[in-house]
Ligand binder design. Sequence first.
Ligand SMILES: C[S@@+](CC[C@H](N)C(=O)[O-])C[C@H]1O[C@@H](n2cnc3c(N)ncnc32)[C@H](O)[C@@H]1O
Length: 284
Amino acid sequence: MSEAPSPTRGRLRAGDPVVFVERKGRTYHAVLQPGATTNFSGSVLPHDEVIDQVDGVRVRSRSTGKYFFVLRASMVDHALRMTRSANIVYPKDVAMLITWADIGAGDRVVEGGLGTGALAMALLRTVGPTGHVTSYELREDAAIRAQRNIAALLGPIDHHRVRIASLYEGIAEREVDRIVLDVPEPWEVIPHAREALRPGGAFAAYVPTTLQLQRLVLGLEKARSFTRVESYEVLLRGWHVTGRSVRPQQQMVGHTGFLVFARRVVAPDPAPASADEAPEGPAS
Ligand SMILES: C[S@@+](CC[C@H](N)C(=O)[O-])C[C@H]1O[C@@H](n2cnc3c(N)ncnc32)[C@H](O)[C@@H]1O
């Protein structure tokens, strides 16, 4: 089977999101358009001098004589800058979701809400063309914008399906490998996730508040079809490193959300054989 070339490879093309980087590391984001120019603090940079050049090319502004590097925007660059319909899952949390939910090439994933598409684009890139992602989203306008955002990074893809529907009403897919949620009431999805996930499949959710975290975790534990229910928060701190000083950066993204993970198991029989399998009760 021939696979599509990686959208991160090859020469810079019209339509590519790029980052201009100046000597001191300051950046300016643009989408390459024939005939267009970027004005970076007075330095005029014609896109025609960048289109068809290699990723990482160095260009010189004729207006100021300054040099700039031009890089194809990374997924993180793109996710943080794209037009938003809703808050995105921050890249540090996306990375954790993908790793802890054990998502890989060929997986069949259901996600929702699609929102701005930040989580979806990472899922699509991870599962690749041999996998599939179905995204649920209530708002058609958000879905259209998200699909545009995704296409700007990944180009044309055919392993993504968008359903304009509520995840609280049900999940049409079956034998799903992973379900990843970013909706306000993820506990409403638990009975549907139980139906849709294959045994051994993984459930993951992002929730911004502690109240949502508690309700979701208790709901998963009560459902008796999930095990290894785990909750995390990811703190990311940048470091300032020079020849004269090495210290943490003074500013960081303090709080984004909590991440909940669980694995779908074959539910025990309704009548427990022993006290060991009692469905509920106070923790010992
Ligand atoms: C915070 S945003 C998701 C952002 C997305 N994860 C991203 O990284 O760009 C939440 C989205 O869920 C959608 N939503 C809310 N309730 C939903 C439901 N019951 N089913 C499907 N989508 C829902 C909202 O319309 C909104 O677009």
